[in-house]
Design a binder for this molecule. Structure first.
Ligand SMILES: *Cc1c(COP(=O)(O)O)cnc(C)c1O
Length: 472
């Protein structure tokens, strides 16, 4: 079964046809998988194959097996977590990325990939209103972007204290203060844990009812920090969509010599829109930013960006060098210098393609539409007696509480019952979360295909689920 005996066109056409059929029907069926994990393990379970299987048969079998366990994350009424919808143009670019098989570690092994990243990086900085000379690492998502940015932060704040952490490690290093909001994303704490800074060793700053770091709390926390300090702020709280008051907080942090990192996995994209940019005003003063491609930019998984103002600190924290790896001259860029991996996927192609396809206008239209649709969703739900919206809908996130006028435990149970009923109905999909000690339905509108009709149908389905649960 040598590659040259394969009918490549037949194989790829078959896959393209099946993929197009899947995507074409995604809005019609239930917006949830038909089978769960345990059932899917049974579907896939098989002894280690001793003999091979023809290419077409393998791919046909994969498509048949996976079908029932696929979630409608690319569908127009999928509102779970904060998940972008893998736009077809990004998918096509991603297929080419796989077919081309470039190792995008360095610019000699993959000139086109390294160049596409360089250009896409400058587009990203322009769209997000960040300084043009920042460095950008193309990583797997905001989790790793937070890790990379905080590694650069760790390097720089220790360097200023006369300590080289890349060379000498953390043992014996001056302590680093980490100041972070109480409602920061769990992945930031994970990054701190990996970097030897500890997820519990931090100074947690109180937040307001929307999850924003308070100026008083931050002032109190940062004024106690002498020496190396990292402050972590947030653009787009994962439940409420709220933004920290950047201008004030960053000025306070910089007055203490701190490095300020902003986790803006989805919220940083507000900066691309004139009507929303005010929410994240001042964030451009920070020292590093993490954001995702696979959320608001709709690239396929996995795609995120680690953006650092001090390109040297970024590179110092990430670079591995060896005699067999090419040198980087002035004006050249080796993608691996800004990320943890050497061999890596050429993620720049999908980012390049999505920005080229949408253009600034398309990105602004989409992000603004999602925020408008979130308000439509909130208004449509709060019109029904017994349904309350718990957050100010600044962005694309809506927190819904059912039976809010009833005792807390009853409303918790009702909220969970409505979520389960709505998921079973399948018109739309959203999950639950606990916010300020109460269960809520958490709706995130971030799929490129979602329209006002989709919101209308979803409002009707959620209201019907609420009526069924409140008057059983
Ligand atoms: C999604 C998210 C992350 C994690 O990003 P991944 O892309 O899942 O790695 C971090 N912070 C915030 C605020 C998020 O919404």
């Amino acid at each position: 079964m040598a590659e040259r005996d394969l009918d490549l066109a037949a194989l790829f056409h078959e896959v393209a046809g099946r993929a197009a059929a899947f995507r074409g029907a995604i809005g019609d069926g239930p917006q949830r998988p038909l089978r769960d994990y345990r059932e899917m393990v049974e579907v896939f379970a098989e002894k280690t194959p001793e003999t091979g299987l023809a290419a077409e048969a393998v791919i046909a079998d994969l498509m048949d097996k996976a079908a029932a366990g696929l979630h409608a994350t690319t569908g127009p009424r999928f509102f779970g977590w904060v998940i972008g919808a893998s736009h077809p143009v990004g998918v096509a670019a991603d297929w080419l990325t796989s077919a081309w098989g470039q190792n995008a570690g360095n610019h000699q092994a993959a000139p086109a990939a390294a160049a596409a990243e360089s250009v896409a990086a400058s587009w990203l900085l322009d769209l997000l209103g960040l300084p043009a000379d920042c460095s950008v690492g193309f990583v797997t998502g905001a989790t790793v972007a937070n890790l990379v940015c905080l590694a650069a932060a760790r390097s720089a704040v220790l360097q200023r204290a006369g300590w080289d952490v890349e060379t000498d490690g953390l043992f014996g290093a001056p302590p680093i203060h980490v100041v972070i909001g109480d409602d920061a994303h769990t992945t930031v704490f994970a990054a701190l844990q990996v970097l030897g800074l500890g997820h519990d060793r931090v100074i947690r700053v109180p937040t307001d009812e929307m999850g924003r770091v308070t100026v008083e709390g931050f002032t109190a926390a940062i004024s106690g920090c002498d020496g190396p300090t990292i402050a972590v702020l947030q653009a787009g709280q994962l439940n409420t969509g709220a933004f920290d008051p950047f201008a004030e907080l960053i000025a306070l942090a910089h007055a203490r010599g701190a490095w300020v990192h902003v986790d803006g996995a989805f919220g940083l994209w507000a900066r691309a829109c004139p009507s929303l940019a005010g929410l994240a005003e001042g964030a451009e003063q920070a020292d590093s930013w993490a954001t995702d491609g696979h959320k608001w930019l709709q690239t396929p998984y996995d795609s995120g960006y680690a953006i650092v103002r001090d390109a040297r600190a970024h590179r110092k924290a990430m670079t591995a060098s060896a005699s067999y790896l090419p040198e980087t001259a002035e004006g050249e860029r080796d993608p691996s210098h800004f990320v943890p991996e050497l061999s890596r996927r050429a993620r720049g192609f999908a980012t390049w393609a999505m920005i080229r396809h949408l253009g600034r206008e398309g990105i602004v239209e989409m992000v603004e539409r999602h925020c408008r649709l979130a308000r439509q969703m909130a208004d449509g739900l709060r019109n029904e007696a017994g349904i309350a919206i718990l957050n100010e809908v600044f962005l694309n996130q809506v927190l819904v509480r059912f039976g809010a006028d009833r005792p807390v435990e009853e409303a918790d149970a009702l909220t969970r019952a409505v979520i389960a009923r709505m998921q079973a109905d399948g018109t739309c999909f959203a999950g639950g979360a606990r916010w300020r000690g109460q269960w809520v339905m958490r709706i995130s509108i971030i799929g490129w295909a979602t329209t006002a009709q989709d919101i209308g149908a979803s409002v009707a389905a959620i209201r019907a689920a609420w009526r069924a649960c409140s008057n059983p």
